[in-house]
Design a protein around this ligand. Structure first.
Ligand code: GCU
Length: 372
C-alpha cells in the first residue's frame, strides 16, 4: 500500500495509487481504474453489495397541492413504489417547490433519520432539522424522505424493508451483502429516479444532505450514484466523513457492536484493525469528486470526532486537484463558526451538540449557491 507521506502516524492510504501500485496522474485513470476500485472496496468491506439498482416495477404516484406555505410553495406528495419477490414497498417523498419559479428548481434532498415530526406536510410543526421554508426562500425546492420507509433502523436479521423484498431467500446471506445504510442509499437513488421525471425540478442540480447515520448514507449514495450534483455530510463521524485511523470517539468495533445491521459482515473483521483497511474515509469523500462536497462537525460532538472529519477533507483534496479544482487550502482545523469553502469543498465546525440546525442549513445554501 502507498501511504500519504504527510499523514504521519495515521498512515493514510494514498487515494492516488491503484491497488497495483500505479500512480494516478490523470483524471481518466482515476475514473476508469482507481475510482471503481475504491467503490468496489467499499462494497466488499463496508456497505455491501446492493442486489439491484432500479427495479423494473418502480412507479410513482403523485398528489399535488398548490398554495402551501402561504402561497409560496406547491406541495407534492410522491409515493415511490416497488415490488420484488418478497412483497412490495414504497418511499413517501415530501416535496415543496417554489411557486414563483421561472425555471426548474434546484433542490435539496434530505435523508431524514429523525422521524416524521421533522417533515410535517402541513407545516404546522416547523423543524430546524429540515427548514423547508428557509430553503424555499433562497430559491431552492426542498424534499425529504424518511429512511425507515426503505429499511427499518433495527437489527431484524434483514427480514423487513427492502431486504425482505429483494434479498434472495434461497441463498444464505453473503459476507458482502448490503446492510441497512446501503439500503437507505439505494432509497435515495430511487428518489432520484423520480426527480428525473419531474419537470419542475432541475435534476442536474440536486444536493443530497444527511445528518449522522444519514450523513454516512449521503456519502455512500453520492459514491454509487453520480446523478447527485453535490453531497453534504453533517456530523457523520465513524464510517462517514471521519477518518478511521487515529479516530477519537466511536470506533469501528463499537459501531458494529451497537448497529450490526448498518454494514456488511466483512466490516466487522476490522474491529481494532483500522490500520489494515485498504482505504480510509478521505477516499470515500474523494469519490464525490469533481462534484462539490461539504462536511460539518460540531464542537461537542466528540463521538464523531471533528478533527478526523476535517482531516478527511484535507486528504481528499489531491483528487479534486487532479480535476483542477481547489480544496479548502488549509491543513489545520478552522475556528468554530468560521465556515469556509471553495467551489468544490466546504467545511464548518459549529459550536454546540450533535445536531443539524438552521445555522448549518444556511451554510449549505450558501455553498450550493456558489457552486451552481
Ligand atoms: C450513534 C452512532 C453514530 C451515529 C449517530 C446518529 O451515536 O454511534 O455512528 O452517527 O448515532 O446517527 O445520530
Amino acid at each position: 500500500m502507498h501511504f500519504v507521506p504527510e499523514s504521519g502516524e495515521r498512515k493514510l492510504p494514498d487515494p492516488l495509487y491503484t491497488l497495483d501500485g500505479d500512480r494516478v496522474a490523470a483524471v481518466e485513470q482515476w475514473r476508469q481504474k482507481r475510482r471503481p476500485e475504491i467503490v468496489e472496496l467499499y462494497r466488499t468491506f463496508v456497505f455491501g453489495r446492493e442486489p439491484l439498482q432500479r427495479p423494473s416495477t418502480l412507479h410513482f404516484h403523485v398528489e399535488t397541492t398548490p398554495g402551501m406555505m402561504n402561497g409560496a410553495a406547491v406541495r407534492k406528495q410522491v409515493e415511490i413504489r416497488y415490488e420484488g419477490s418478497g412483497g412490495e414497498g414504497s418511499i413517501k417523498l415530501l416535496l415543496f417547490i417554489p411557486t414563483n419559479r421561472t425555471k426548474p428548481s434546484p433542490l435539496f434532498l434530505l435523508i431524514n433519520n429523525r422521524g416524521l415530526e421533522h417533515m410535517d406536510p402541513e407545516r404546522e410543526n416547523v423543524s430546524p432539522f429540515w427548514p423547508a421554508e428557509t430553503i424555499l426562500s433562497q430559491g431552492f425546492a426542498a424534499a425529504v424522505f424518511n429512511n425507515a420507509d426503505v429499511d427499518p433502523d433495527e437489527h431484524d436479521d434483514f427480514q423487513n424493508g427492502v431486504h425482505g423484498i429483494f434479498d434472495s431467500k434461497s441463498e444464505g446471506r453473503s459476507p458482502d451483502a448490503w446492510g441497512t445504510i446501503a439500503a437507505w442509499a439505494w432509497g435515495a437513488c430511487r428518489v432520484m429516479d423520480y426527480l428525473e421525471t419531474d419537470s419542475d425540478i432541475d435534476s442536474a442540480d440536486v444536493t443530497l444532505v444527511g445528518h449522522s447515520r444519514g450523513g454516512k448514507t449521503a456519502l455512500w449514495a453520492g459514491a454509487i450514484d453520480e446523478r447527485f450534483a453535490r453531497v453534504i455530510s453533517n456530523n457523520s463521524g465513524c464510517t462517514g466523513a471521519a477518518l478511521a485511523r487515529g479516530k477519537k470517539g466511536e470506533t469501528i468495533g463499537q459501531i458494529n457492536e451497537k448497529f450490526p445491521h448498518w454494514f456488511n459482515e466483512n466490516y466487522k473483521w476490522f474491529k481494532d484493525r483500522e490500520y489494515e483497511l485498504p482505504f480510509d474515509q478521505h477516499m470515500l469523500l474523494a469519490l464525490m469528486a469533481p462534484r462539490p462536497v461539504y462536511v460539518t462537525s460540531a464542537t461537542e460532538d466528540l463521538w464523531a470526532d471533528p478533527e478526523s472529519e476535517f482531516l478527511s477533507l484535507v486528504y481528499a483534496e489531491p483528487v479534486y486537484k487532479l480535476y483542477g479544482l481547489e480544496g479548502l487550502g488549509i491543513k489545520r482545523m478552522p475556528l468554530p463558526d468560521s465556515p469556509m469553502h471553495s467551489r468544490a469543498m466546504g467545511y464548518h465546525l459549529r459550536t454546540g451538540k450533535h445536531d443539524m440546525t438552521e445555522y448549518d442549513w444556511l451554510q449549505f445554501i450558501t455553498f450550493a449557491s456558489t457552486s451552481q
